[in-house]
Structures are given as C-alpha cells and as structure tokens.
Design a protein around this ligand. Structure first.
Ligand SMILES: Cc1cc2nc3c(=O)[nH]c(=O)nc-3n(C[C@H](O)[C@H](O)[C@H](O)COP(=O)(O)OP(=O)(O)OC[C@H]3O[C@@H](n4cnc5c(N)ncnc54)[C@H](O)[C@@H]3O)c2cc1C
Length: 485
C-alpha cells in the first residue's frame, strides 16, 4: 500500500476531504473518488465538508448573512494552516479564519472556499509579564490562565467568550481602553500565516508593515495564529459603581471628567430605553481596583460628580466576576431564545464635540421595536492618544466616544432588514459629523467607503494586502478589497 492510498483509506473512515478537483471545483471526500482530484497535503488535523460544519461556518451571531464554504479546516497545528493556505492559493480558493463567529454581518464567511476553524489552536502560556496565546483561545481562558499568576491583560471586551484572534482582527475596545488603548495596543509580537502561505513573526521592529496590517486588519493580510501580549499585575477585587444621570450631556460630562483624570480603572456607560412612564435612563459604569483590606476611597472617587446621589449602586466583587459579569445575562438570553435571534448591530466612534447632539437626535424617537427587547445602547469615551494602531480608525479629536445600538430582532420588533437599513442611514449621519465605523456591526458598506474610512492609512494597508495576500484570497466577507480571481 502506498502512502497516498493508505492515507486515503484512513481518511475515508471519517468521510474527511482527501482532495479538491479543480476541473469541477469540488472538494472530494474519501467516499467519492474523482479522476481530476489533487490530493490534500498531509495534515495533522482534517478538512471536512459535513453539513453541520459547513452550516455553522455559514452563520454568525448576526444571523443576517449566510455564505456556505466548500469545506472547513480543523487544524491540528499551525503547519496545517500554512499547507492549506498554499493549497487554496494554488486552486484560487478563498479562505477565512473563524474564531467564535460573533461577527454580525458575514465578515468571517466565504462562499465555496475554506473556513479555518481556529478553536483547536487555543494554547496559552504565561511568561514573566507576557502571555503567548494561540489565536483560537478565548479571552475567558486567557483571563483564567493569567490570573493564576496574579497577572491580567490590560484590556477586556465586555464579553469574554470571543477569540483572541477575532478581537485582535478588529481592535478590541473596553472600559480599560481609556488607560491602555485597545487590545491590539497590548500586543508586542504576532505570528501570522500570510496569504502567500508563509509563517511570519512580526512586531513593531520586525516586519512592522505586517504587524500594523494584521492588528485591526480584519484578516486582509494574514491569519493571526499566535500573539504575545503584555500583562499587568491583576487586582484581587474591584468596587463597581453605577451612577445615574438625568441627560446625555450630564452623563458624558462626567465620563469625560473621570476619563481625563483617570480616577477609575474602568469606565463605560449605558443608555436605558424608556419603560412605562419613565423616559431614557443614563448610567455611568465605573470600577476601581483594590487588593487586600484597603477599600477604594468613595469620597475621593465620587468627588465633584454630578450624578443623582440617591441612585448610586456600589458593590464589591472579585476581579474575575467583574470581567465575567455578562455571563449570567447571556445565560438568561440563551434561555429565552433572544441570544439566537438576528443581531443587526450598529457600532460607531464619534468625535466628542459632536457626541451629545448626535446621540440625543439618534435616541429621540427611538422605540423599543427598533432595538428589540434585549437591545443595548452603549456610550463611553476614551482619549485618542491611547490608541496607536493605524487600522483602528478614529475621529480626529482628542476624545472619542464609542456609541452602539446593539439591536436584536426580537418577536414584535422591526424586521432584521429594516434594522439593517436603519443602520445604514444612521451610519451616513454619523459619518457626516466625523464618525468612524467600528467594523463589527451590520452596516452595508461599499469598498469605496472602506477606502475613505481608511483615509491616510489606506496606502500602507493596500500595499501590505498586495504584498501578503497577492492573490486576494483572504477574508472576502469584510468587503474591503475586491476578491481575487
Ligand atoms: C456579545 C458580544 C459582545 C462584544 N463585546 C465587544 C466589546 O466589548 N468590545 C469589542 O471591541 N468588541 C466586542 N464585540 C465584537 C467582537 O469583538 C468582534 O465581533 C470579534 O471579531 C468577534 O470575535 P470572534 O472570535 O467571534 O471572531 P469571528 O466572528 O469568528 O471573526 C471576526 C472576523 O475576524 C476574522 N478573524 C477571526 N480570527 C482571526 C485570526 N486568527 N486572524 C485573522 N482574522 C481573524 C474573521 O475572519 C472575521 O472576519 C462583541 C461581540 C459580541 C457578539
């Protein structure tokens, strides 16, 4: 028995893919032999075409866009990604990585090509003050691994069950961003499989063009396989503050004040939809870290703030419980089914000087049917100077606000299509006041508009794309560069 026939017989047992037939442009499983087939390279993992795997890869958290890939790679090692990238390049097949599939508008999908399921590549190694993390690892696993050493990544997204590669591909913003930038700003080195199928290390010193094009680069130049990230000492405990305000302007004034003086470790904010006879509510969420028995000084932290003192909610919790604070809510949304409904999300970054007026106008007549029963409206600022990566585009002002309408197409709410249309028109209004899209939402955007979005960063981005993905096979669902032939 030759190596190839042995391997084919072995793989046939699991109905895994054994090759691709360029003449019919179909993947061939062991069960269905094909004359024109080109054998797959020897892999440590496998390529599958079963309906469940392809169906999952044709969906995401948005449930709005569905493109079915021809096959899914379950890599057994990074070398599988290199080998399959080369194979796909040879056969003009498009490729995209899938972390946790929490994009909302098909950003990680490909029609007919190959999806790389990053979940098997999830190792985390904690060194002195850095973590070396495979891209498929979840932020929850990274948090637990680093906390075991008394350390923490500087910035977390609100939800921890996202992949490290998935958030580094977009930026990664959170309540610690006003101190430490986006998650991409904590990365000191990356390992990337480029679209030319080379495994490259890169950093601010080594291949800086690739480093800058991979971080917040939406998978346009390579698949991030590993990141080395800066860590900080972790607090044991946090004090969590919810402060209430009578208006957008009152909320944002205090948010700017506390973000500028840096008195809290974490600052976000949420706008609550009107309920009953009550109108909108405006809440500042902040956190102070502490260790041992010395609690934070409330008087100092709340000094000079214009919130409604009678409505203050203050509680202490462990640092991990704070990071993982969405878990109970997510379990509830799963139990009611809301978690699985379409999510036409709208996420924009606004210049501070235009934020109050823009937000007031955006929510003025906004009804619950337009954001859904479990819709969330977030609003919080950070100083632009804390963010250093060119592809995370930001308004040209000292302070920037993240404003999001996290819509859910609940029963009785507007249709997902109407919500996507509303996203588009609100995006144009935000753009007109100097806003930039944070590209995780569901806003139809043309390649020309992406070009404008990248502005002065476009030339370097395009050059890196041409250099590292010369055949244009990578991550077409982002719609940034026209796909190759
Ligand atoms: C409930 C929820 C809460 C969220 N909270 C926040 C938040 O607080 N802050 C914030 O900034 N964002 C937040 N997001 C948005 C989230 O960060 C992005 O949608 C992120 O891309 C999702 O990660 P993922 O692992 O699911 O990626 P996927 O959806 O699998 O992929 C997203 C994109 O990245 C590409 N990609 C994935 N892995 C890699 C890789 N290894 N190399 C190159 N490209 C890759 C994919 O091809 C795709 O184009 C939230 C999303 C959800 C659903």
């Amino acid at each position: 028995m030759t190596w190839h026939s042995w391997r084919r017989a072995f793989l046939t047992a699991g109905a895994a893919v054994v090759g691709f037939d360029p003449s019919t442009r179909t993947w061939v499983t062991g069960a269905a032999q094909s004359q024109g087939m080109v054998d797959l390279p020897p892999l440590k993992g496998k390529v599958v075409t079963d309906p469940a795997s392809r169906g999952q890869a044709a969906d995401d958290f948005g449930h709005l866009v569905h493109r079915t890939p021809g096959a899914v790679l379950e890599p057994g090692a990074v070398s599988d990604i290199m080998l399959m990238m080369k194979y796909c390049r040879t056969h003009s097949l498009q490729v995209a990585a899938r972390g946790q599939g929490h994009a909302t508008f098909g950003q990680g999908q490909v029609a007919g090509g190959l999806i790389i399921d990053m979940t098997p590549l999830n190792a985390v190694e904690v060194r002195e003050d850095t973590a070396v993390v495979e891209a498929g690892a979840l932020w929850s696993s990274l948090a637990q691994a680093t906390l075991a050493h008394g350390l923490t990544p500087p910035v977390f997204t609100d939800y921890l069950e996202l992949s490290v590669g998935g958030t580094l591909a977009v930026g990664g913003l959170g309540g610690q961003t006003h101190h430490h930038g986006a998650q991409v700003d904590s990365v000191v080195e990356l390992e990337v499989v480029t679209g030319e199928a080379s495994l490259r290390r890169c950093s601010a010193q080594l291949r800086p063009d690739l480093f800058r094009a991979a971080l917040a680069g939406r998978g346009q130049c390579g698949i991030i396989t590993k990141a080395t990230m800066r860590l900080l000492p972790a607090p044991a405990t946090v004090r969590h503050y919810l402060l209430s305000y009578p208006s957008v302007a009152a909320l944002t004034a205090d948010q700017r004040r506390v973000v500028n003086d840096g008195r809290f470790a974490y600052v976000e904010g949420e706008l609550g939809l009107p309920t009953g006879s009550a109108g909108w509510s405006y809440q500042l969420e902040a956190v102070a870290f502490f260790n041992g028995t010395t609690p934070p000084d409330d008087a100092r932290l709340l000094d000079g703030l214009g919130d409604q003192p009678g409505d203050r909610q203050i509680q202490d919790m462990s640092y991990f419980d704070f990071l993982n604070r969405l878990a109970a809510g997510v379990a509830y949304l799963k139990s009611t089914g809301e978690w699985y409904r379409p999510h036409p999300w709208w996420n924009m970054l606004l210049p501070a000087s235009r934020t109050d007026a823009f937000v007031e106008a955006a929510i003025k007549d906004l009804a619950e049917t337009e954001v859904g029963a479990s819709g969330v409206v977030l609003l919080y600022p950070f100083p632009r100077a804390r963010l250093h990566l060119p592809l995370l585009r930001l308004p040209d002002e000292e302070t920037v606000f993240l404003f999001t309408l996290l819509r859910t197409a609940s029963p009785g709410a507007e249709s997902p299509q109407d919500m996507v249309e509303a996203n588009r028109s609100l995006y144009l209004r935000a753009q007109a006041v100097g806003g930039y899209q944070y590209p995780v939402g569901s806003i139809p955007t043309t390649p020309e508009e992406w070009r404008t979005h990248y502005g002065p960063a476009w030339a370097a981005f395009e050059a890196a794309h041409e250099r590292y993905d010369p055949d244009g096979i990578l991550t077409p669902g982002q719609g940034v560069f026209p796909p190759g032939p």
